[in-house]
Ligand binder design. Structure first.
Ligand SMILES: NC(=O)c1ccc[n+]([C@@H]2O[C@H](COP(=O)([O-])OP(=O)(O)OC[C@H]3O[C@@H](n4cnc5c(N)ncnc54)[C@H](O)[C@@H]3O)[C@@H](O)[C@H]2O)c1
Ligand SMILES: O=P(O)(O)OC[C@@H](O)[C@@H](O)[C@H](O)[C@H](O)CO
Length: 513
């Protein structure tokens, strides 16, 4: 450990001094060109795509593929300030389960533009031939699509403002589409738009959304984007919790670096990317990225096993009193529940995944969730449920219902969300529900028990599931159990542990409610 009094500020001029305590870029950052502009420079982008570019730069490759970050939300002003102060440098710390830390300064982000400061400059840079990929990690909700129909929401006030004739664009859609228009008009090859968000068919979703936006603005431009721009699909995976003050202190104490916004993540890394680009790509085959023709089997595996299991864990875990993911995953009952969900309900809906041993993959997921060093929070997984459950879990439910498969554990996960969204835990303490539509989901949840299906009746979230007797009866059972005997016993009963012993207390509790 370094004495925190001797830490050095993360600045380009200090890299040589810092190299005594932490790995720094092995390449000269002067003369790099930003061939990629990225919307949504948060924790994940900096733990994933920016790392791959840094890996290539360290090998003397990809010097024309450095990254310029772009922020469009008011809250991105803080990232702008940090990125400008540190010249895009940051420390990435991989936290191993045995407590071992691997830290390294990443140099692949060479600029950051905050669109509200000068949106014209952002558009012009994006329109310039040097930029050949525009990538995104703007969250699942950032695509502005209806959870059930998948239609782009033109009524979103930010989108509507960007669509007004003569308006100055402010959203990722408006800026990107205007940059593409200028490229078309100037005869410059369009860049590739590469979504790296946790959405099934993320490339196709991005394709639909950008074309829908453009169509509302200029149908001819939309037709050009539709045919000329590549939108590759990809599966991305690396658990990256939000950075805490404890992480900043850890980076100072362990690596002697004063870094205002380091990134911490698990050691696991996966990126499976469709090899379809309009204007070239970095030589990612020289990195840990897998380039494939068909990403779908990998996406289904990841979203329906990992992300849906995160949802399977978080609400039950919160109700049971857990606040850290590794502590919840270390509870044998929760681990058993997640494996049962994956085996009975998630796995039957997957396609064969080339090169992957699914049994080993599922066991590894439980190990990854149980990594005590990562300190991922249950709260992070509980956020924005209305963007996550419809995209990760309900496709499993619908596929299982279509083939007569099991849905009781998925129904219980939906019920656990409904119980959580009531906003009071099993100890009577308030739950802070963080969702784009918090008021609506909480109002839906509050209908129980007078209206048993008030939560499920929201067709914008659940489609026609309310009409499916099998699903509704499993949901009802889980809701009754959750209210009657609490989250832990609900899991025990669902998993068939000593069911008879619980039958009486369940009936008793339900009877007295
Ligand atoms: N954190 C992870 O473990 C992880 C792993 C795999 C994939 N991802 C993907 O990355 C996304 C971001 O995760 P993160 O951990 O970096 O979160 P984060 O909160 O650190 O960063 C999110 C970024 O997205 C931007 N953003 C949000 N909504 C936007 C919008 N409507 N338009 C433009 N920008 C918008 C924010 O300004 C911010 O820069 C996730 O939603 C997910 O799709 C995350
Ligand atoms: O970040 P989100 O919104 O996609 O979802 C929360 C987590 O399930 C997710 O971040 C996982 O940690 C990640 O998908 C692991 O690769």
């Amino acid at each position: 450990m370094t004495d925190s009094r001797t830490t050095i500020a993360l600045r380009p001029q200090n890299l040589t001094a810092l190299s005594a305590t932490v790995t720094v870029p092995a390449y000269d950052r002067t003369g790099l060109t930003a061939g990629i502009m990225h919307f949504g420079v948060g924790g994940f982008h900096r733990a994933h795509q920016a790392l791959m570019i840094d890996d290539l730069l360290n090998q003397g490759l990809a010097r024309e593929w450095a990254i310029c970050g772009v922020g469009v939300l008011p809250t991105d002003a803080h990232m702008r300030d940090v990125m400008h102060a540190q010249d895009g440098l940051y420390t990435l710390v991989e936290k191993h389960a045995d407590g071992h830390l691997e830290g390294r300064v990443i140099g692949s982000i060479i600029d950051y533009m905050f669109a509200p400061d000068d949106v014209e400059a952002v558009i012009e840079r994006m329109a310039s031939p040097a930029v050949r990929i525009v990538s995104l990690t703007v969250t699942e909700g950032g695509y502005n699509i209806h959870p059930v129909t998948g239609a782009f929401d033109l009524a979103n006030p930010d989108v509507a403002a960007d669509l007004l004739p003569g308006s100055v664009p402010a959203t990722a859609f408006g800026i990107t589409v205007e940059a593409l228009r200028r490229r078309r008009d100037r005869g410059i090859t369009p860049f590739t738009v590469m979504s790296c968000d946790n959405l099934q068919n993320n490339g196709e979703v991005a394709h639909r959304t950008f074309v829908a936006f453009a169509n509302a603005k200029d149908p001819k431009l939309a037709a050009w984007i539709d045919t000329e721009v590549a939108f590759p699909n990809c599966m991305v995976d690396r658990i990256t919790p939000g950075t805490t003050d404890a992480d900043r202190a850890l980076v100072a104490d362990t690596f002697g670096v004063t870094d205002e916004w380091p990134v911490v993540c698990e050691p696991f890394f996966q990126w499976v990317l469709q090899d379809t680009f309009t204007d070239g790509r970095p030589p990612l085959e020289e990195s840990r990225t897998q380039l494939v023709a068909d990403v779908e089997p990998y996406e289904l595996m990841k979203l329906r096993l990992l992300n849906a299991s995160h949802q399977g864990l978080c609400y039950f875990a919160h109700l049971m009193g857990y606040r850290l993911v590794h502590e919840a995953a270390g509870d044998p009952l929760i681990a058993e529940f997640l494996l049962a969900y994956m085996n009975r309900e998630g796995t039957p809906t997957l396609k064969p995944v080339p090169g992957i041993d699914l049994e080993a993959y599922k066991a590894e997921l439980i190990e990854r969730f149980s990594n005590p060093s990562v300190r991922d929070t249950v709260a992070r997984l509980c956020n924005e449920s209305s963007d996550r459950i419809p995209k990760w879990l309900l496709p499993v439910v619908n596929d299982q219902l279509a083939t007569g498969g099991h849905v009781e554990l998925s129904a219980a996960i939906v019920a656990s969300w409904a119980r959580y969204a009531e906003g009071v835990d099993e100890q009577g303490e308030p739950i802070e529900v963080c969702d784009r539509i918090t008021e609506r989901v909480m109002a839906n949840a509050a209908g129980y028990p007078a209206d048993k299906h008030s939560f499920l009746r929201d067709r914008d979230l659940f489609g026609s599931l309310i009409d499916n007797e099998i699903f509704v009866s499993e949901y009802d059972r889980a809701m009754d159990l959750l209210h009657g005997v609490g989250a832990r016993r609900t899991l025990e009963i669902l998993l068939g542990h000593d069911t008879d012993a619980y039958a009486a207390p369940v009936a008793e509790n339900l009877g007295t409610r």
